[in-house]
Unconditional design. Sequence first.
Length: 179
Amino acid sequence: MNFNFSTLMRGQMLFPHFPVSLEKMGSHIEFREIESCMTYNLGDEILLKTAHNNHPGECLSYRIEHAGRSCCYVTDTEHYSVIDHHLSKFIKGSDIVIYDANFTDEEYNGYSGFDPKTGWGHSTWQEGIKLVQEAGAKKLVLFHHATHRTDAELDQIEIKAQAKYPDCIAAKEGMVLYI
């Protein structure tokens, strides 16, 4: 069955997921389907670009550009055995890359007692660093943390990541990024 985003959101906003339907929200909501490898003009000289992610069930990355600055949101994507040159080109020179760092290399590859996570559609902080370095992007924000991680574990990942790429931070609740 092929659903568009409007159909999916309407279904999500019904009981038992949510007590108020979209029709009862008291506002005008307009849905627009977007596709991979497209550029959308959002007005006020803001561009939104999209790229396909390596994720089961499909997913998109986003690049927002305005006044010579850019931010890329690259979550729900799995790295390949080599750097994805399409994704590298997409984030090239970006000021901020928010990247799917759900796993560590050890977890992803099934080392140290972990089951392998190949095919799950998520990446590692180590692969995020490789990608940003190849693309000549600037700040790397590790995002989409595993739900079992504690704040202390995220702090340790951030320390290890900064030792390899100093302009790297782990996203935290309430964090604000300025471009």
